[in-house]
Design a binder for this molecule. Structure first.
Ligand code: DGL
Length: 269
């Protein structure tokens, strides 16, 4: 198959629910020609409370679907699945497609601004317990002191209520935790959290940086596709959205993220 044909193949993006839409929005803004397949594994949300083995098995099934649909690149738009299943997925997919996660692009950017600083991180139980960010950050030897706290119920609240006021109560309880004191920046290590970024910034009275990976990841995908000569130059013809269970809040959120009339396909895993 010629590179020109391959360039028009879709990018497969997945998350446990609406979180990956934050990355998808940034990707479409940056690369409007790309064809997109989005999978929200709503039947298994929240991933953060599942075992590593369960997250790996869901991720493999989604990757299988993306390979059947000839995706040129698979983006794990979920920190939890990135920490639990990235290496496994890369091995499984092999040469058939490029696999990317949402953790590496962000970590690589940190030394530029945060060398020798204390930064906080919030994420799901699975992401925080995996300690993956800290391990990767320590490998950079940039003197970054990282402290993290699991905000267990936050992704579920956002999945259900979006950017509703009700989330403020949860944020106050979580962000007040002693382990997040005296930080100079906070990493949103869950792709659901940018949806309430304004509330998090308000909590800190806009005095610290709130680091959201969406634009950073979109840029990394662009660089990767350009290196492979796989950027699509023709106008996009498809943006397909699959969900493993039909959830009303997902439908509402998708419409908020994308102006176009999005068709959701029910695809049980
Ligand atoms: N959006 C996902 C993440 O980035 C996780 C939410 C969940 O627990 O399913 O970690």
């Amino acid at each position: 198959m010629s590179v020109k044909n391959l360039a028009s193949h879709p990018i497969g993006i997945f998350d446990s629910g609406i979180g990956g839409l934050t990355v998808t929005r940034a990707l479409i803004n940056l690369l409007p020609n790309e064809n997109i397949l989005y999978f929200g594994d709503t039947a298994h949300h929240p991933y953060g409370e599942k075992s590593t083995a369960a997250i790996q098995s869901y991720s493999l099934k989604i990757a299988q679907l993306f390979l059947e649909k000839n995706c040129k690149l698979i983006l794990i738009a979920c920190n939890t699945a990135s920490s639990a299943a990235f290496e496994l997925l890369k091995d499984y997919v092999g040469e058939k497609a490029t696999v990317m996660n949402v953790i590496d692009p962000l970590v690589q950017q940190l030394p530029k601004k945060y060398a020798n600083k204390k930064i906080g991180l919030i994420g799901t139980k699975q992401t925080v317990n995996s300690n993956i960010y800290k391990k990767k950050v320590d490998q950079l030897n940039a003197g970054i002191h990282m402290t993290s706290y699991p905000t267990n119920l936050l992704a579920s609240a956002i999945e259900e209520f979006g950017n509703h006021e009700i989330v403020n109560d949860l944020l106050r309880v979580y962000l007040d935790h002693p382990s997040l004191k005296n930080i100079e920046a906070l990493i949103l290590a869950c792709t659901h959290y940018p949806i309430v970024k304004d509330k998090i910034a308000n909590f800190y009275q806009h005095k610290i940086d709130i680091i959201d990976s969406s634009d950073i990841v979109a840029e990394a995908v662009k660089v990767q596709l350009a290196a492979l000569n796989l950027l699509n130059t023709e106008p996009s013809v498809r943006k397909d959205f699959y969900i493993s269970d039909y959830i009303e809040s997902f439908v509402t959120s998708t419409k908020l993220f994308f102006d176009e009339d999005i068709q959701l396909e029910h695809y049980p895993l």
